[in-house]
Design a protein around this ligand. Structure first.
Ligand code: B12
Length: 440
């Protein structure tokens, strides 16, 4: 049996990474890619967000090192790959970031898996056994997701992750936000796993004693009939779940009822901004209107679910006043949890092309592309003002007064345990914000 070492790299500059004792929100990539490789090999997994990577010189008895990277992790991943290859180890890399920056990655690995790992991992392993890794592995057409393995959840240490475990139903998004890689890599198409595969994965989690799941899907409701079938099936499984929807979907009262009945605890929504001009620029304005956000949030709360707002700052229509407008809106609407990002021009998106052509890029060092740094020149403020505004917004949202107004000054509901959990999450984020840390 071949042996594969599968690694997830932490973000940041080269050198030792900042590690977490626990990952409160973890992705599906490692357990899922491990399952793809497990069809051919014995797999060992190291997540650098949690544990140090093995010293390149100490790796023995491994046929292939497979690396997944996200965003700002790419420069460190390439440095590590160089060290491994100097010692004769074979390295393949994959994930959306490696795909978007394939020109940078390809010369420094033995194989780059561009796009989905399905089918391509089989080809990599076949070529590995004949000693003929091919460099670039890509799809002519993105594969169907009808034969997906159960993620290797058994490789995850429950003591080192949060309460919500990742599950995936769909891949790709049809909306086409100008800054988002998912839409553009996937050509604004969505592919779906059969609902039975999703329920099978949730049942696998239940056998491990996990009853709370979070969908990694960007937009699982893009195909409404599929989404309804999914919700109905989840409703039979007695689990609680979190999932993304677009703000317009969350205006559908009947759908909200079905979601609540099926066990949905929290809807995560990319509101992005409270400046309608910015939302129009994103290309989301056609379907989402800022003046309807408040009613959308109220509708979700009235049904006993919570709202996680995903916000972005740094649009060309944003000014220094935008930060306080966003904060005032989120606090008055009593949003339960929020995640903030600085707009980041990722290669492969229309936004990146515009910013590059306009000569507005301030940094091309991907280690800065963490969504906490201003890596391009904003239109109506300086880069320093954008970063300062981002931190003031983040700290303001998780300030004690804001937490009290959002979570405690409101009519009690019957989900006492859940409310306490959200309060705990807010207090944790308050500490993180003051320590200057965002990623969970
Ligand atoms: C969960 C998640 C996180 C978690 C990660 C927790 C963890 N590391 O365990 C957190 C919240 C920490 C996070 C942080 C960030 N994230 Co993130 N994240 C996601 C999310 C929602 C799900 C990832 C997932 O589990 N997908 C499901 C798995 C199965 O799919 P997959 O990872 O694509 O893997 C498939 C293929 O890509 C391939 N594959 C992947 N890796 C490998 C490796 C090998 C060897 C092979 C063969 C194949 C392969 O095979 C898989 C099966 O087909 C995605 C969006 C999405 N829907 O994918 C964004 C996403 C990956 N994140 C993104 C970004 C931008 C970030 C941040 C920079 C900004 C931010 N704050 O969100 C930070 C950066 C962190 C860093 N390392 O620098 C972008 C990446 C764009 C880019 N090129 O940079 C995405 C695509 C979101 C988006 N729409 O823009 N994220």
């Amino acid at each position: 049996m071949r042996k594969v070492l599968l690694l997830q790299m932490a973000p940041g500059p080269e050198g030792p990474a900042e590690r977490h004792s626990r990952l409160w929100y973890f992705g599906l990539t490692l357990p899922y890619v491990a399952a793809l490789f497990s069809r051919h090999a014995e797999v060992r997994v190291v997540d650098e967000l949690l544990d140090p990577l093995p010293e390149p010189g100490s790796i023995e008895g491994v046929d292939l090192v497979a690396i997944t990277v996200m965003g700002a992790a790419l420069p460190r991943a390439l440095g590590y790959a160089d060290e491994l290859r100097k010692r004769g180890l074979k390295v393949v890399m994959g994930g959306p970031t490696a795909t978007a920056y394939s020109g940078m990655v390809l010369p420094r690995v033995d194989g780059l898996v561009a796009g989905d790992g399905e089918r391509l991992v089989d080809r990599v392993m076949a070529d590995l056994s004949t000693g003929s890794l091919q460099g670039l592995y890509g799809h002519e057409e993105p594969p169907l997701l009808d034969d997906t393995p159960v993620p290797r959840y058994d490789l995850v240490d429950p003591g080192r992750v949060g309460f919500y475990w990742p599950v995936e139903a769909t891949r790709g998004c049809t909306v086409g936000c100008r800054f988002c890689l998912t839409s553009h890599l996937g050509a604004r198409r969505q592919r779906q796993k059969p609902v039975e595969n999703v329920t099978r994965d949730v049942k696998a989690l239940k056998t491990l004693g996990i009853h709370r799941v979070t969908f990694t899907d960007d937009n699982p409701a893009a195909d409404r009939p599929y989404f309804r079938r999914l919700i109905e099936a989840l409703g039979q499984l007695d689990v609680s779940f979190i999932c993304n929807v677009t703000a317009d979907v969350a205006e559908d009262g009947e759908l909200l009822d079905r979601l609540y009945e099926a066990g949905c605890e929290t809807l995560s929504i990319g509101f992005e901004t409270v400046e309608q001009a910015s939302l129009d620029w994103v290309d989301k304005g056609g379907r989402c209107q800022v003046d309807r956000y408040r009613a959308t949030i109220d509708g979700i709360h009235q049904r006993g679910m919570q709202v996680l707002a995903m916000m972005v700052v740094g649009f060309d229509h944003d000014t220094p006043a935008t930060f306080s407008r966003i904060l005032a809106f989120l606090v008055s609407a009593k949003v339960d949890v929020a995640v903030f990002h600085i707009l980041t021009p990722v290669a492969g998106t229309p936004f990146h092309q515009e910013i590059e052509q306009a000569g507005r890029l301030l940094s091309t060092n991907l280690a800065d592309y963490s969504a906490e740094r201003a890596v391009f020149r904003p239109a109506h403020m300086t880069a320093e003002e954008l970063e300062a505004g981002f931190w003031s917004l983040y700290r303001g949202f998780y300030a004690p007064g804001s937490i009290v107004r959002r979570l405690l000054w409101r009519s009690p509901d019957r989900h006492v345990g859940r409310r306490l959990g959200t309060l705990g999450a807010n207090l944790f984020m308050m500490v993180q914000a003051w320590r200057g840390r965002t990623v969970v």
